[in-house]
Design a binder for this molecule. Sequence first.
Ligand code: IDP
Length: 139
Amino acid sequence: MATNRTFTMIKPDAVANGHIGAILNDITSAGFKIIALKYTRLSEELAGKFYEIHKERPFYKDLVDFMSSGPIVAAILEKDNAVEDFRKLIGATDPTKAEPGTIRNKYAKSIDANAVHGSDSDDNALIEGNFFFNASERF
Ligand code: IDP
């Protein structure tokens, strides 16, 4: 059953390129409510833990290096059908394949530096949100 929350990060490329405001505007304009929000930077260790599921993939080390290379914005978002609708809003992993108008199509340059993260399931949305926020930081 679909729940109404998902988790996102604005990745270091999009932060460095000055897209935080535009991306948050796209997110709220699409009907998502911000439940929790944090501007922070992942250590290599924390980035490694967050992406542990990809440990065996060839791009794992590059991904961890990239995600710990600069500040990010983490957020929990609320909307009906949040996980699926947010994946639609951000578009395909590879921005060259992302639909026009999607966040990755507009703000991402490459498959690794692809501007935003979006949880891929309700279970992961909960796990990922808890990774960044404790109960007193969610509203
Ligand atoms: P997703 O973020 O669209 O769910 P995943 O397959 O879960 O995509 O991959 C996690 C992240 O790993 C991607 O967002 C991207 O930053 C990176 N990534 C995925 N595939 C590749 C690749 O083939 N080369 C380099 N980085 C990749």
